[in-house]
Design a protein. Structure first.
Length: 139
């Protein structure tokens, strides 16, 4: 083979390795991140969506707060970004409204001076989720 042909093959090999490196470091990780983030415009699955209490037993002093998360999911179980969620219940501070973030979660924290066990529900874009979580405030 001629030296010029070998030089061209060498150059193509360097460009090819550089391209593979670029794809591995830059393109593929960004594609994977975009696949795992919440989808901006999908249909809400009320079967897959959840309401969960993270901290559900606190003092009824008005300063300690329970934490309730609403997970707004699509039919494939992925979170949905940008949906309005309203937390509903018979305890002070409710109803409250939040918008889902990148993982499809709307988080709420609230306290009460009234002692008791309360059922908390949620609605997504005005439609009742149909699920509840119990929170307890006690002295």
């Amino acid at each position: 083979m001629k030296k010029s042909t070998l030089a061209i093959y060498g150059l193509l090999m360097v460009v090819g390795v550089g391209l593979i490196y670029f794809l591995t470091v830059q393109v593929i990780p960004r594609a994977l991140v975009s696949l795992t983030k919440a989808a901006p415009s999908q249909r809400v699955s009320f079967t897959n969506s959840l309401i969960l209490g993270e901290r559900v037993l606190v003092a009824a002093d008005g300063t300690e707060k329970v934490k309730v998360n609403v997970f707004v999911m699509d039919d494939s179980g992925r979170g949905i970004l940008g949906r309005s969620v309203q937390l509903l219940g018979e305890v002070g501070g409710l109803p409250m409204t939040a918008v889902t973030g990148n993982e499809g979660v709307a988080s709420f924290e609230f306290g009460s001076k009234k002692e008791g066990v309360f059922e908390i529900g949620a609605s997504i874009e005005g439609v009742d989720l149909g699920k509840k979580v119990k929170v307890t405030f006690r002295n």
